[in-house]
Design a protein around this ligand. Structure first.
Ligand code: MN
Ligand code: MN
Length: 296
């Protein structure tokens, strides 16, 4: 039998390796984000490169632009190209379910302060993280950094914990001042992700979704839906893209599965007043005197 310590070291090793793969993919992908380039080419590059380097996508490559905060990914055959956009590239890589999650903003729109605000907030947050820190301290430093730029944090989006095959677990890491936080401990795996905006400071669900995840296994009658469920099994509880699936009745089968409570969609999240949004994100492992960034 493997001893407990060895098992923990192996798990940490997988988090670290997933982070290294992510960092390389991110650095290679960011240069591909240019006016006139196709979003789908960037998303497919990110996902394929993650696999080539020995990982798996932990979720579809998110390419959210302008007033979109998150959960946008190209559809199959999508011909959309980048314009003068505020582009958020959010990447997830996992090894055996152990996830690295990181994002950066590539600004093609000419708003450098917006990008700096979320980046500075991320590093200010990382500076205060160590075993024993209260998440309310993290929220405070993020909000104060962003408001220092005359901008607002997106208050209803948070960072989060990560667990095997789960992209979002407690605790939420606030991007604003809150009354009561929770204490972080050594070994916690946390994604910190401040969002800054020149809009109202809140997001709401948009009207389209390209990303889903499985929430329950239930019997379904429609053969096309059953076939899809089989394809989805490989993603376990992780998010997957509609364009990763193959079915001659894809839309119909997805609606059936959503109605049956088998899957849930992640609608694109949009700023309520249409403000531009920037994002910066790293995954960190909390240590006694600080934290290790796995996605540096
Ligand atoms: Mn992310
Ligand atoms: Mn995240």
């Amino acid at each position: 039998m493997k001893d407990k310590l060895q098992e923990i070291e192996e798990i940490i090793g997988k988090y670290v390796t997933a982070g290294k793969i992510l960092s390389q993919v991110r650095d290679e992908a960011k240069d591909k984000i240019k006016i006139g380039a196709r979003l789908l080419d960037v998303a497919e590059f990110v996902e394929q490169r993650s696999i080539e380097l020995g990982g798996q996508p932990a979720f579809p490559c998110n390419i959210s632009r302008n007033d979109e905060a998150a959960h946008a990914t190209p559809s199959a055959g999508d011909e959309t190209v980048f314009g003068k956009d505020m582009v958020k590239l959010d990447i997830g890589v996992h090894i055996d379910g152990y996830i690295a999650d990181a994002a950066l903003t590539i600004d093609l729109s000419g708003n450098p302060d917006l990008v700096k605000a979320s980046e500075d907030a991320l590093y200010a947050a990382i500076d205060v993280i160590k075993s024993g820190v209260d998440t309310k301290e993290i929220g405070a430093v993020i909000e104060d950094t962003i408001t220092g730029y005359g901008l607002k944090p997106v208050s209803n989006l948070t960072g989060h914990g990560l667990a095997q095959y789960f992209t979002h677990t407690p605790p939420g890491i606030p991007n604003k001042h809150i009354e009561h936080g929770v204490i972080l401990n050594k070994g916690d795996i946390i994604a910190i992700e401040p969002f800054a905006t020149d809009g109202f400071g809140k997001i709401a669900d948009g009207s389209w979704a390209e990303i889903y995840h499985t929430v329950a296994r239930k019997p379904v009658r429609l053969p096309a839906a059953r076939k899809l469920m089989k394809q989805m099994e490989q993603y376990k509880t992780l998010p997957f893209a509609k364009r990763w699936l193959e079915s001659d009745k894809l839309d119909f089968a997805l609606i059936q599965l959503e109605r049956a409570g088998v899957i849930m969609s992640y609608p694109v999240l949009k700023e309520v007043e249409g403000g531009l949004i920037s994002q910066a994100e790293h995954t960190v492992i909390v240590t006694d005197d600080g934290c290790d960034i796995t996605t540096k």
